[in-house]
Design a protein around this ligand. Sequence first.
Ligand code: GUN
Ligand code: ZN
Length: 434
Amino acid sequence: MPLTRKAYRAAILHSIADPAEVGIEASYEYFEDGLLVVENGQISAIGHATELLATLPADIEIIHYQDALITPGLIDTHIHLPQTGMVGAYGEQLLDWLNTYTFPCESQFADKAHADEVADIFIKELLRNGTTTALVFGSVHPQSVNSFFEAAQQLDLRMIAGKVMMDRNAPDYLTDTAESSYVESKALIERWHGKGRLHYAVTPRFAPTSTPEQLTLAGQLLSEYPDLYMQTHISENLKEVEWVKELFPERKGYLDVYDHYQLLGERSVFAHGVHLCEDECARLAETGSAIAFCPTSNFFLGSGLFNLPMAEKHKLNVGLGTDVGGGTSFSLLQTLNEAYKVMQLQGARLSPFKSLYLATLGGARALRLEDKIGTLHAGTDADFLVLDYNATPLLSYRLKQANNIAETLFVLMTLGDDRTVLQTYAAGKLVHQR
Ligand code: GUN
Ligand code: ZN
């Protein structure tokens, strides 16, 4: 393959550690006039432009941006593809919302043509918002995952997805059986897991919609293949937590249900965790499991406030999730805007550098992909963004008053959204241009 080498010159910022572990100053690298060198889909160098340019051939192609910031691609650790058509559904909290809006909307994915159409819209929306990797729920239908992976493969995106397993407490038109969910998941794993930059996630929707038999088979799948992911929901809503206690009276609590069926582990991501207790946080951390923090969803569905300081205390891996369509935006910048308010309402602060960490390296760590994505270190995938300081008149004016990168970053996360993302690159290729 011929060498393709390009350099991108702009201000460059990436998170290199968790501020909760190393302090804010040691958690990031910032180059006011930076250069990112990309070769064959990977980052080959990052540094100060003048220093790096001296080491490169004089004729290297350079793309120079003014008033722009290069960051790693953003990582969404929890989102539902088949809920794209029902974002912003009025009035209900979780359990009624599922029955009233979600299940009917997801039923449309029985039709492959519909799945293809929504997969295309969904991926464009991710890229427009600067999300280059997502951990994605399909519907119960295998074709929802086929459509998604077919579209992701064409763009060589690093994506993780799985077909929902759901064999009770949902309408007949949307349930599988323990056996069929096992067979269908296995076929998807064989077809997609480890193909290019694609990975499979075993996806029991949540404890109430799976029988013990189905949860057993989910655990069996995880034991049969290396490096499979597991995604589900946990302790999002108080009525849901009570329901799980009724359905599984023999278990100590919600997390213990998943623990019993061997669904915890280093590639297991649990969405929400708003109502977890200290012991559950400790157990998640001990098993290397991660939480997807979904602030826009937790506000929109009235679920509650995620306790990030408690998760930090237990050194629990936490990523950020939009949870579309419970969440109301594909934008992880807007999701961070809401995350800040979740902390404010608990008398805590979310620094812009912790926010950057959550949306990039923290997500990569939650997914055990930090050697490939989440930073701009040499040797990682060239998944990166160009953010435009002049995206809107207000952003442009406000950023002119910013005194340092901390303030600039915070304003980008408060005022920023899809309009702020000028370009999105995946594996070194331009996959979105505003
Ligand atoms: N719990 C079970 N299913 C869902 C879902 O689709 N969205 C959210 N937010 N929570 C869930
Ligand atoms: Zn969800």
